[in-house]
Design a protein around this ligand. Structure first.
Ligand code: ZN
Length: 389
């Protein structure tokens, strides 16, 4: 099935006269996502705006950001470049305070209004932020009832009334059924944007009434240029984007963590495993595992992979340590050289596979210390077998 087809019989597509012919659409506040942008631009230029969109795909891929920019574009009063970011509608939507816009997210039932306002303000400042509320929070029937109440009201100053429902998979069954009623008989000028990273958790009856737009994990190069725009130094941007797995939210979080300390520990894991007796190895494992979550250990292995990939490049280049070789750890050339000496006889391909296996085991919930012991033993054994006797 072509998920992007306009021909779905159950989807209501409105044809609306807007003078779009000379308009240029610029979604440049959204990182990457050229396919999603193309489809949404086409909808605006062809004046075919469905009642409901469903943006789905990986977390941190820019679904909230896109929903906000799309709502701006539809309501922008500029005649040429949209969203212009300067007209009243663009500015108010950007701050998520436009009277014709509602941004709904999962929150605890007894949340205070001031906390809702605070969260909305943060999100408006950075739409790539994660939701502040735990997995147990939901989107409740009252939130959808409020949407229903306002859905048919006269527009205040926008051209469309936009409801953005972020984390739509967190709707309670009651809330979802209530939303379904809006979708079945939508008032004119209503645009619903449902957002989820867990498509399988949504009612099929809701999915079938929405036009689906997929958000893929971001490309490394897109994350790098977005981070560089924010003033992050290129070497760091490159490593963080590699570790983020196409998730900009994760990339931002990594920047806040003490990344250099993690890199040092990954290096120690690789180089330290080559030294000492069993007792020293256990001490190393304890040091590395101390106070770290599963996710952080996984990150550590990903960082170890980057050291190993640098070694691969270094070997291909015959040991040439020039800084322009495109190393992930270009700012740590001395450490790279020491690691290269230490692992000079080691089969890197096999070690990379072993590292990837360890990451796989972490994802499968195997006991962390056991994974570390196996890994360290592996590194030690291959080194030992290559020692001259
Ligand atoms: Zn505007």
């Amino acid at each position: 099935m072509d998920l992007f087809s306009n021909e779905e019989p159950s989807i209501k597509v409105r044809t609306k006269k807007i003078t779009a012919s000379k308009k240029k659409i610029l979604f440049n506040r959204v990182i990457g996502q050229s396919k999603a942008k193309f489809l949404l631009e086409k909808a605006i230029l062809n004046e075919r705006i469905p009642t409901a969109y469903l943006f789905y795909g990986q977390e941190g891929s820019g679904k909230n950001a896109m929903a906000i920019e799309f709502s701006k574009a539809l309501n922008c009063t500029s005649g040429s470049q949209i969203p212009c970011q300067t007209c009243d509608n663009c500015r108010a939507i950007g701050r998520l305070v436009h009277p014709d816009l509602k941004f709904v997210f999962a929150a605890p039932a007894k949340i205070k209004t001031e906390d809702v306002v605070k969260h909305i303000q943060k999100l408006a400042a950075n739409p790539y932020l994660p939701s502040a509320y735990s997995e147990t929070a939901g989107i409740l029937i009252d939130q959808v009832r409020e949407l229903k109440r306002t859905a048919g009201l006269k527009l205040y100053k926008g051209k469309y009334r936009a409801f953005i429902i972020s984390g739509a998979d967190r709707m309670t069954t009651e809330a979802a059924n209530s939303l379904l009623k809006i979708l079945e008989e939508p008032p004119p000028k209503l645009l619903l944007i449902l957002i989820t990273s867990r498509l399988d958790k949504l009612l099929p009856t809701i999915i079938s009434r929405c036009q689906l737009i997929k958000f893929s994990p971001l490309k490394e190069t897109d994350i790098v240029s977005a981070l560089e725009k924010e003033g992050i130094e290129p070497g760091k941007a490159k490593i963080v984007s590699r570790l983020s797995m196409g998730n900009f939210r994760k990339a931002s979080a990594l920047l806040e963590e003490d990344y250099n300390a993690m890199r040092e520990q990954a290096w120690l894991l690789l180089i330290g495993s080559q030294n000492g007796d069993d007792f020293q190895k256990l001490a190393l494992i304890e040091k590395i595992a101390a106070g770290k979550s599963r996710g952080q250990i996984k990150e550590l292995f990903h960082i170890a992979l980057l050291w190993l990939r640098d070694l691969q490049v270094l070997r291909i280049r015959g040991g040439d340590l020039q800084e322009d070789a495109g190393f992930y750890n270009a700012d740590q050339i001395e450490k790279l050289a020491r690691l290269n000496d230490k692992l000079s006889e080691v089969n890197l391909d096999k070690t990379i596979v072993e590292t990837e296996n360890s990451i796989d085991l972490i994802e499968r919930n195997v006991y962390i210390n056991l994974i570390l012991i196996n890994y360290v033993t592996y590194l030690f054994d291959i080194n030992l077998s290559q020692q001259p006797r």
